[in-house]
Ligand binder design. Structure first.
Ligand code: PHE
Length: 447
């Protein structure tokens, strides 16, 4: 099958666009707030840099050499038991589960662009009331914007790799960097910056529970888009002679930088204006609008830009979450791209409505299972369980199943003397660390 090719910069921006998403700007700050700051950040950083980077190269290799959809690449590259390895491709289904809540949150962001343009809430209490009213009682607004998110994502994916995904990223990613970078620079001039820095980098280990450990590792996978075939699928569209090592370094660096900049900026604003960091998923929707209101005129401009940047980050990631399944339907079942995009879009749209309803007061009881509602289960299951599991499968596949010469031929030249270091961490460090995560997980889930 012929797969369209990215241009070199197109690939880097698309992969970075996939990585830099709601995970960086919405999730990372509130998770850091909820899990006590520094220690959480440190576990996340160590995982991203040491394990995430190693797994990213592995995932790229599978796509780059396999040149097929998720399942097909595993099948092609496995030296034996091909029909069994094909099931590695099942990991693309994780994307469907992620999209159920991802699209809903992009919807909230659309709504907040309008709030920022019209009337920002004046106090944190006001902002909380506004957010809760939307979340728990305003099904219509959420549904309307969730629909909009579904339409935009489906439309872009249906236009394909070149004129849909690559073009979107070429335009939105530079704008996103400028907005986040500019707002961060402004934050560094404020007094609250010192406090924000201390909160994010002074590790208080007593605050790190086994659940926050699992979440930090899950966050590293989530934010780097690893473990579900997004990077794999994009890499199948790489040019023939590509430097995977260099691309991975840039992507991990950009993703980590944006998370840290967004976190520092957000906490600076919160400290400066006396709001609370430990607010949960409402953080950027509750504290931040009130803080922007306090800033006056400049705050209004910031608010609009911030939510636009957040929407950009969300959209460029969403297309990469959907694309693996679309590619799968096209290459396996001969679907046209439009039809494939629509089918996948409809599924996440409809299941997304369940996620949306599970936050509302009317339906929450019905849609809560054990400790979490449907929305939170999707988030937890995908980020903390399925993505690390997918990462483990890829690490084992490239580290043990594929022939070493073949792996070396793809990246050895670019790694130079570090090839063995990477190969070692892929074979021993990443699997062991991910195994420890799975053990911790069982403790949390009380299996
Ligand atoms: N990395 C994206 C984010 O940080 C989410 C994502 C997960 C994208 C998995 C693709 C695959 O928001």
């Amino acid at each position: 099958m012929k797969i369209a090719r990215f241009s070199r910069i197109g690939f880097i921006l698309a992969a970075a666009g996939s990585a830099v998403g709601l995970g960086n700007i919405w999730k990372f700050p509130y998770m850091t707030g909820e899990n006590g700051g520094g220690a959480f950040v440190l576990v996340y950083l160590v995982t991203s840099i040491f394990i995430g980077f190693a797994v990213m190269i592995a995932e790229m290799i599978i796509g780059y050499l396999g040149r097929s959809d998720g399942a097909g690449s595993f099948e092609l590259l496995a030296p034996s038991h091909k029909e069994r390895w094909r099931f590695g491709g099942l990991m693309i289904i994780t994307g469907l589960l992620i999209m159920t809540f991802y699209s809903v949150v992009i919807g909230w962001i659309f709504h907040y662009i309008v709030v920022a343009l019209t009337q920002l809430p004046a106090t944190v209490a006001d902002a909380e009331r506004h957010f809760m009213a939307m979340l728990q009682d305003d099904i219509t607004t959420q549904l309307m914007y969730h629909t909009l998110a579904f339409l935009i994502v489906t439309w872009i994916v249906s236009r394909g790799i070149k004129s849909g995904i690559e073009k979107l990223n070429l335009i939105l990613m530079p704008l996103l960097f400028i907005i986040v970078g500019g707002m961060f620079l402004y934050a560094t001039t404020l007094e609250g910056f010192t406090q924000a820095w201390a909160f994010m980098f002074n590790a208080d280990w007593s605050k790190l529970t086994s659940e926050s450990f699992v979440k930090a590792v899950g966050q590293a996978f989530f934010t780097l888009s690893l473990g579900m075939g997004a990077i794999l699928t994009y890499s199948a569209s790489l040019e023939k002679k590509s430097n995977l090592v260099y691309s991975s370094i840039i992507i991990v660096a950009l993703d980590t930088a944006i998370a840290l900049l967004a976190g520092l900026m957000l906490f600076t604003f919160l400290y400066q204006y006396g709001a609370e960091p430990a607010q949960g998923p409402g953080l950027v929707f509750i504290s931040l609008p009130a803080v922007f209101y306090e800033m006056g005129m400049l705050g209004n401009v910031f608010a609009v830009l911030f939510f636009i940047a957040l929407a950009f980050a969300g959209l460029t990631s969403a297309v990469s979450i959907v694309e693996p399944m679309v590619q799968f339907l096209i290459s396996r079942y001969g679907f046209g791209r439009f039809k494939a995009s629509l089918v996948i879009g409809m599924v996440f749209y409809l299941v997304g409505i369940i996620a949306l309803l599970s936050n509302t007061s009317v339906y929450s009881e019905m849609l809560t299972f054990g400790s979490k509602n449907f929305f939170d289960w999707m988030d937890f299951l995908t980020a903390s369980v399925l993505l690390p599991l997918g990462g483990l499968v890829m690490a084992v596949f490239v580290g043990y199943v594929m022939e070493k010469e073949r792996v070396f031929a793809a990246v050895g030249h670019h790694f130079g003397p570090f090839f063995e270091v990477w190969y070692f961490s892929l074979r021993y460090i990443a699997p062991v660390a991910l195994f420890v995560v799975m053990l911790n997980l069982m403790g949390i889930l009380k299996l």
